[in-house]
Design a protein around this ligand. Structure first.
Ligand code: ADP
Length: 483
């Protein structure tokens, strides 16, 4: 890997401003999912190192919290500037560890920058309230204070921006954060730590602990010094963390799995719907929590939509994300490719037709051909599980009621998309979908300006927008007698 600035490639964890190894000196290897080659190692840390990071954060917290919003904002903006200046290297690092095409990697870093910029600005706007008194001599005041030490556990699909969305508001609000990145993609988080230090973020305010997810997660969720956990990942792990947080009653933000419906009504602009489906389904090899998971197409336009989508899907170029022209990288691991194969086999055995794709590119590699399945039904695994792969199952429906019932037939509730030009239908369907975010006539809805998050078993809490910083502050009510 040829970086302009080699210092961004860190193979140690970052605790209290110091680069360090695991106490027992153990490491684990990080693989390039496109080639299977070892990129490097990181420390295999556990509870002890995590506890030290938490204690350091606890010590550093009060000084950071006492700074003015503007002072914190200036430091965050410096971090933002340094990330922007190093975007080429950061994208290269990301493509090596995560696999996404270099253009998508830059796009993700830009999205992270947007969140960081937003929260650097919001640091100055953590407003309270003055409420008219309930008695003539009483004044009721509401202030917002940082929650204290926070911890984040982040996934491998967006190794950079998932951190900006959490560390941005935490640090802006006056809270230190300890990040545990996914084992597959630690280098993006560590590069951010290097730049955080260069930007003047004080020791202990942003630490990164790499290693054993169970041991680190247990310490983060049970240590009473940690006041808040922010997690993005699977619903299965989210539930474990919620249980572990119960004994110390921590605040939690949980951004969990999704099973997004993507509905195309017969009055839709079909070309626009195809473009939206391409963005929503195949971005990041289908490995995003807001990816269209199930496509529902009304009977009258089913054939036309499927054929037009297939044309576009056949034009996707699969390969190593470093090569020019590649528009889809590998899946994150061999296990992910195996599971994708099993999902397609299950669907085929239950009657699905493969319109395009349907198998791996090479038997022993992580690349999967972008796939469309038709003749699908609700008994198939693809109808019920988060797919996390470039497979689009297309279901047929007749009425609006049927579409809504199908869309909501899941324990998940993160994103939902639909295409229609009828204003009444747009309102009715947007209100009826049991999700936290709705895209109407668009397949992309993530922006730092809007609240990102889910309902049902997709989680709780919101990231981004004016609502995002609320997750990192406590509301304190002061009743003042003026006599
Ligand atoms: P994914 O399916 O996207 O890998 P996971 O929920 O398994 O989703 O992983 C998301 C994050 O949760 C990763 O950082 C992973 O290391 C971490 N993780 C996995 N298991 C646990 C656990 N038991 N406790 C804490 N963190 C965990």
């Amino acid at each position: 890997m040829q970086l302009k600035n080699d210092a961004l490639f860190r193979q140690q964890a970052f605790i209290n401003g110091v680069w360090c190894d695991a106490d027992n000196k153990q490491t684990h290897e990080v693989l390039n999912p496109a080639t299977g080659e070892v990129i490097g190692t990181v420390p295999m840390m556990g509870a002890n190192e995590t506890r030290r990071a938490i204690e350091a954060a606890d010590t550093a917290q009060s000084t950071w919290a006492k700074k003015t919003g503007k002072e914190r904002s200036i430091v965050l903006r410096r971090w933002h500037t340094l990330i922007a200046e190093n975007i080429e290297d950061l994208a290269l690092l990301m493509t090596h560890e995560q696999g996404k095409p270099i253009g998508e990697a830059k796009g993700e870093i830009q999205s992270g920058l947007d969140y960081l910029e937003w929260f650097a600005e919001e640091a100055k706007r953590v407003y309270g309230d003055v409420i008219p008194g309930h008695m003539a001599d009483k004044r009721l005041i509401v202030i917002k204070q940082p929650v204290g030490v926070t911890a984040a556990i982040t996934p491998w699909n967006f190794p950079h921006s998932m951190i900006s969305r959490k560390a941005g508001p935490a640090l802006a609000a006056g809270c230190p954060m300890i990040v545990k990145p996914a084992m597959e993609t630690p280098y993006s988080a560590l590069a951010m730590a290097y730049l955080a230090q260069q930007a003047g973020i004080p020791d202990g305010i942003y630490s990164v602990v790499t290693g054993d997810p169970v041991a680190i997660g247990e310490e983060m969720t049970t240590n009473p010094m940690v006041k808040k956990i922010s997690f993005t990942g699977s619903t299965r792990v989210g539930k474990i963390l919620m249980k572990q947080c119960a004994d110390t009653v921590k605040k939690m933000s949980m951004e969990l799995g999704g099973n997004a419906p993507f509905i195309v009504f017969d009055d839709a602009d079909i070309d626009a719907a195809v473009t939206g489906a391409m963005m929503s389904k195949y971005r990041n090899s289908g490995q995003t929590c807001v990816c269209a998971n199930r496509l529902f197409v009304q009977a009258g336009v089913y054939e036309a939509f499927s054929q037009k989508l297939a044309e576009q899907v056949r034009a996707i170029k699969v390969g190593n994300g470093l090569e020019s022209g590649v528009t889809q990288g590998p899946l994150i691991s061999k296990a992910a490719a195996d599971n994708t194969e099993a999902l397609v086999e299950d669907a085929k055995n239950k009657g699905a037709t493969v319109l395009c794709g349907g198998q791996r590119v090479d038997a022993d590699k992580n690349f999967f051909n972008p796939t469309i399945l038709t003749d699908v039904n609700n008994d198939m695994r693809i109808a019920n599980e988060e797919i996390f792969a470039p497979i689009a199952p297309i279901f047929k429906f007749d009425t609006d009621e049927e579409a809504v019932a199908l869309a909501n037939r899941t324990e998940y509730g993160l994103a939902g998309y639909f295409y229609s030009r009828d204003i009444g239908r747009v309102w009715r369907i947007a209100e009826a979908l049991e999700v936290g975010m709705v895209g109407v006539n668009t397949g992309m809805l993530t922006t730092e300006l809007a609240p990102f998050g889910g309902v049902k078993e997709s989680g709780m809490g919101r990231e981004g927008s004016k609502y995002g910083i609320e997750e990192y502050v406590e509301t304190k009510y002061i009743c003042l007698d003026i006599n």
